[in-house]
Ligand binder design. Structure first.
Ligand SMILES: C[S@@+](CC[C@H](N)C(=O)[O-])C[C@H]1O[C@@H](n2cnc3c(N)ncnc32)[C@H](O)[C@@H]1O
Length: 211
């Protein structure tokens, strides 16, 4: 009798665990199928190597409260949402262009990660300072001239231990951009910034202290 009761208790507590595992397998399958089908990304999207870099940073640090500035059609967003599906997190992403925002929404649905993403059609110049946070992971990939202002608006809402990533900080042949912004990041004592150059040049800034 005692043994039967014990088996019943174990079974009852195992059901949510099994259903979570099944849900994760479904998401993995959907995202992988989506990426196989959508090989080419032409809307200023990050290369897959940078998507994977964002995915790894989120998973390795168990981040759960993410913000993306600059959705476009959602390539980087899907990589981040996929990682967040494993950490139990959520993501806010912002895009100013209606057509790209609409296409991103369709992509999120097809990739099976739409329930993780709060996609806003808005001007990030106005919305970012008004977001309450807190965040533990940020990916900045919208208008480069505004990078520093985005950073300054988000910094107070980023948790210590969190990570602020910024795309396109490295020089490319004929293009010398965002060097002032990179110097600004590297001068901050409460952040530790490195640059990953395997894709489009990603600044990875870990927040070490409040100030
Ligand atoms: C480089 S693309 C983003 C690519 C995206 N992260 C990806 O990998 O799929 C930059 C996007 O930022 C958007 N953008 C530019 N200025 C913006 C603003 N002020 N507010 C919101 N989005 C903006 C552009 O419309 C563009 O779609």
């Amino acid at each position: 009798m005692k043994k039967t009761i014990l088996i019943c208790i174990i079974a009852i507590f195992s059901i949510p665990c099994f259903s979570q595992q099944k849900e994760q397998v479904d998401i993995d399958k959907k995202v992988e199928t989506f990426f196989q089908k959508h090989g080419g990304w032409y809307d200023m999207n990050v290369p897959a190597s940078d998507g994977k870099l964002l995915y790894d940073l989120i998973l390795e640090n168990n981040y759960q409260q993410a913000l993306e500035i600059g959705t476009s059609t959602g390539h980087s967003t899907i990589w981040m949402a996929w990682a967040l599906s494993k950490t139990g997190g959520k993501l806010i992403t912002i895009e100013i262009d209606k057509t790209r925002h609409q296409e991103a929404l369709e992509n999120f649905k097809e990739a099976g990660v739409d329930h993780i993403i709060d996609a806003r059609l808005a001007n990030a110049h106005e919305l970012v300072p008004n977001l309450t946070g807190p965040f533990d992971f940020v990916f900045s990939d919208a208008d480069k001239g505004w990078y520093q202002r985005y950073f300054e608006a988000v910094d107070p809402k980023l948790k210590v231990g969190g990570c602020y990533t910024t795309h396109n900080v490295s020089d490319r042949p004929g293009v010398r951009w965002n060097q002032d912004y990179l110097k600004f990041l590297q001068r901050l004592n409460h952040y530790e910034t490195t640059v990953n150059n395997s894709g489009g040049g990603m600044a990875i800034s870990f927040k070490r202290a409040d100030r």
